[in-house]
Design a protein around this ligand. Structure first.
Ligand code: NAD
Length: 534
């Protein structure tokens, strides 16, 4: 039931004693979040917060879910210092012991999977199955981190000098600052935390200011495990706050690695700031992902996959399908079938079982959507379906927009409508005749995150995944652009930032590599036969 009631002011300006909808209060009660309480948004072994108050606003109803005290500038610095102290202790724990703590975190998260998934759905707005799936991703990466804790191997390199060995050794790196986006308020932190903890680092997390409750709930779960094991809680610190808190973490010389997930605009600033102090950075920025449909594609698989890619999470995944390139031979049939699916999409409360389309995260995102559609219309694009905000009963309180398919007049990928990531369910379509042309369009945008080719022809597959193929970080075949697994390194190229997180070799960025030449002999020869005898 969607219901909103705001009662008397009890805290002064901007704060209210509220009676929340049952859907919200039921979920919040699982995390002991009371609607009339002000939550502390900072954790570094103790919970506190004396900075500005931010509100968590439900995208489905518009109701204020909670008020959260952010970190004051001094508290950010204090938390940074506490995180470093915690790192100095944590780095001495043997890696398998760190893995054991991670295993306990995994168990604690799994026990709360449904509740936490519901909180993600409530606060972010994605449908419940995706919210739960996001928590599962955190559980999965913890499993991976537990395994890694016994496999973060260096190597022994042959030395040219007699009686010498060269070791390439991974050691803990230091403090990792994790700055995350609103759309994956749990999983992105999980990717970083699991690898970082296994590697012997401490993390300081600055989540999106619009999803503070997810960050508090996750940190409560993790801190209980840490504290039960006698480990300083600041191994996994939290500072809620806005741009200033993010800047403080990014600029701190005590943060060895900044892992930033967010927009290209902010990522550009963050990347430059970290580089200016010679810090390490992982950038996971915007995507502008294309699916290409060849004439031999199995449309019974491709159409639903494009539907999920473009409409799932209301188009708010970094990997959402934003561009669709259809071979002329199948264009009409594909569009007909896709339009039918769009027409049947169940829109509404993302917590309801049958809903496939929830709201956009903020009302500002609705404005971005509206402006993008207006721009398409001004360029005489054919709006095949959608293009409006939902006005029907029960949806007006939230940020609901119609999923949109547009056929722009221009197919030039350099045009703004093709080259910009619009974080909303808008799918632009163009028709091609040769695969080379579609690959050229795929690669012509600034971003390089995900891409997908649908074909049964092995020759097309070879072209697509080879040197002249897709230049994205994710190059799928008969799989949509969205929905990655944790096992492979995740990330994109070009203006997506070149970052890699999660599986593959991503862990190697979270350690400090040393090349150690050890001399076991009774002589001290120089390399390359250099003689320096006096
Ligand atoms: P955003 O860039 O607005 O914010 C991201 C984070 O940066 C937030 O925590 C924000 O408070 C912080 N921030 C803002 N200004 C800052 C500054 N000057 N210095 C330091 N931190 C600052 O992004 P968003 O709107 O929350 O998220 C959507 C974007 O994230 C989309 O572009 C999406 O594609 C991208 N994203 C990318 C990936 C990926 O893996 N490539 C994953 C998820 C989201």
């Amino acid at each position: 039931m969607l219901r909103r009631r705001v009662l008397d002011s009890a805290f002064g300006a901007g704060h209210s004693v509220r009676s929340l909808s049952t859907r919200a209060s039921d979920i919040l009660s699982k995390f002991s979040i009371r609607p009339d309480a002000e939550l502390k948004g900072v954790y570094d072994g103790t919970w506190r917060g004396s900075g500005e108050v931010i509100q968590s606003i439900c995208p489905t109803t518009g109701e204020v879910l909670a008020n959260v005290r952010t970190a004051s500038p001094a508290e950010v610095q204090e938390t940074l210092a506490k995180t470093r102290e915690a790192y100095v202790k944590w780095r001495n724990e043997p890696a398998p012991r760190r893995g054991e703590v991670l295993r306990q975190i995994r168990e604690a998260l799994a026990a709360k999977r449904e509740d936490l998934g519901a909180l993600v759905s409530l606060e972010m707005g994605k449908i419940l199955t995706e919210g739960v799936g996001e928590v599962q991703e955190f559980v999965d990466i913890c499993d991976y981190g537990v395994g890694l804790s016994r496999m973060m191997n260096g190597r022994v390199v042959a030395s040219e000098r007699p009686g010498h060995s060269i070791l390439e050794m991974p050691n803990p790196l230091g403090v990792v600052g994790v700055l995350s986006a609103f759309n994956f308020p749990v999983a992105v932190y999980g990717w970083n935390l699991a690898l970082s903890l296994a590697a012997g680092n401490a993390t300081i997390w600055k989540p999106s200011p619009t999803t503070p409750l997810c960050s508090i709930a996750v940190t409560r779960i993790i801190s209980q495990v840490l504290e039960a094991n006698g480990i300083p809680g600041a191994v996994a610190s939290l500072v809620n706050g806005g741009k200033e808190a993010g800047e403080a973490v990014v600029e701190s010389p005590g943060v060895e690695l900044v892992s930033f997930t967010g927009s290209e605009r902010v990522g550009r600033i963050v990347g430059q700031n970290v580089a200016s102090r010679f810090g390490k950075v992982i950038l996971e920025l915007g995507g502008n992902n294309a699916s290409i449909i060849m004439p031999d594609a199995d449309l019974s698989l491709a159409v639903p996959a494009v539907f999920f890619g473009a409409v799932g999470t209301a188009g708010q995944r970094c990997t959402s399908t934003r561009r669709l390139y259809l071979h002329r031979q199948v264009a009409d049939e594909f569009l007909g079938r896709l339009k039918t699916l769009y027409g049947s999409v169940a829109v509404g409360d993302p917590l309801a079982k049958d809903t496939l389309l929830g709201p956009l995260h903020t009302s500002t995102a609705c404005d971005v959507y509206t402006q993008a559609v207006e721009k398409l219309r001004s360029l005489n694009a054919d709006i095949i379906t959608g293009g409006e905000r939902y006005q029907r009963d029960g949806l007006q309180g939230g940020n609901f927009v119609q999923p949109t398919i547009a056929l722009p007049k221009s197919v030039n990928p350099k045009d703004g409508i093709w080259s910009t990531e619009i974080f909303a369910p808008i799918l632009n379509v163009a028709i091609f005749d040769e695969l080379e042309e579609a690959i050229e369009w795929n690669n012509a945008v600034p971003q390089g995150l995900s891409s997908s080719l649908w074909t049964r022809d092995i020759r097309n597959v070879g072209r697509w995944i080879g040197p002249a193929g897709s230049d994205a970080g994710i190059v799928n075949v008969n799989v949509g652009t969205s929905g990655a697994e944790i096992g492979a390194a995740f990330g994109g190229n070009k203006s997506t930032g070149w970052g890699r997180e999660s599986g593959g070799d991503a862990w190697k960025q979270y350690v400090r590599w040393s090349a150690c030449t050890v001399n076991f002999s009774d002589a001290a020869p120089l390399a390359q036969g250099v003689s320096f005898a006096s």
